[in-house]
Ligand binder design. Structure first.
Ligand SMILES: Nc1ncnc2c1ncn2[C@@H]1O[C@H](COP(=O)(O)OP(=O)(O)O)[C@@H](O)[C@H]1O
Ligand SMILES: [Mg+2]
Length: 255
């Protein structure tokens, strides 16, 4: 009855030499949902994304994307996904439209121009489409990058810190683009260091800390981990940041 998850991760471990980065990571991502993997710098978020996108092998544990095993069915996994890294992969010399057409041609799709125009519309880049990317703002560039990663209709898209380094306005633009993706039925796994980003976008949020997922739930569930709101002059609901600090606790003691 229930549809299998788009992403299933179990017991994932990964070390870089002596550095034991992932120590048993487990989570599932439901199809068509937005899942935020939240963690501090160096927590291992990119390592998880690289394993799920078949760029890196786990030491132990298993992971499936769209039902395909990342270790033994890597080609099938790659056909189902797209990956947008922390640093935009667009060509500055080309126009936005030319970038999109280029990718569509590389994927041997019919009618690259129509595909490009559709994506420019969808990501509010129609006006800018005929301008060189070198003239784009950070938010426009990142939106174009996300649009490019959608060519070929991947079922699952990985966004590794999609708004890192963007100003607040550009972040809001990218958030809109991500919401747009999920509305279209794409499963989104995004990583972020920003609590408000997870709060804004995600259906579920998992906190990766010291190599494990220490919390995994909806925003409402995460907020319930804290004592109820206290009545002072105004009622103050715990922010996700309060939850994060409460569950992460005293890092110095644990580490
Ligand atoms: N190829 C590598 N070789 C050695 N150490 C690495 C390598 N890649 C990442 N690391 C280390 O592993 C830890 C986790 O890195 P990463 O997955 O990039 O974290 P995040 O994306 O959460 O910032 C960091 O301490 C990082 O320095
Ligand atoms: Mg990273």
């Amino acid at each position: 009855m229930s549809t299998p998850p788009a992403i299933h991760v179990q017991g994932l471990e990964k070390s870089y030499k002596d550095l034991h980065v992932l120590r048993g990571v487990d989570f599932d991502v439901a199809r068509g949902s937005i899942f935020a993997l939240l963690g501090s710098n160096g927590a291992g978020k990119t390592t998880v994304v690289r394993i799920l996108s078949t760029l890196l092998r786990a030491d132990t544990g298993t992971a499936q994307v769209q039902g395909f095993d990342v270790a033994t069915q890597a080609a099938d996994v790659r056909e189902s996904i797209s990956l947008t890294g922390q640093f935009a992969a667009v060509d500055e010399i080309l126009t936005g439209r030319e970038n999109l057409v280029l990718v569509a041609k590389l994927r041997h799709l019919e009618d690259p121009g129509t595909i490009a125009d559709g994506l420019l519309d969808r990501f509010s880049l129609r006006e800018a489409g005929s301008r060189r990317v070198s003239t784009y703002s950070g938010g426009m560039r990142r939106r174009l990058d996300i649009a490019m990663s959608l060519i070929g209709n991947p079922s699952v898209i990985f966004l590794d810190e999609p708004t890192a380094g963007l100003d607040p306005q550009a972040r809001i633009e990218v958030w809109q683009a991500v919401k747009e993706l999920a509305n279209g039925g794409t499963t989104v796994l995004l990583t972020t260091q920003y609590l408000d980003e997870a709060e804004q976008l995600a259906d579920r949020i998992a906190i990766l800390h010291l190599g494990r997922i220490i919390v995994n739930g909806t925003l409402a569930e995460l907020k319930q981990l804290l004592p109820p709101a206290q009545v002072e002059y105004v009622e103050k609901q715990p922010s996700l940041e309060d939850v994060f600090l409460a569950v992460v606790g005293d890092t110095k003691k644990q580490g």
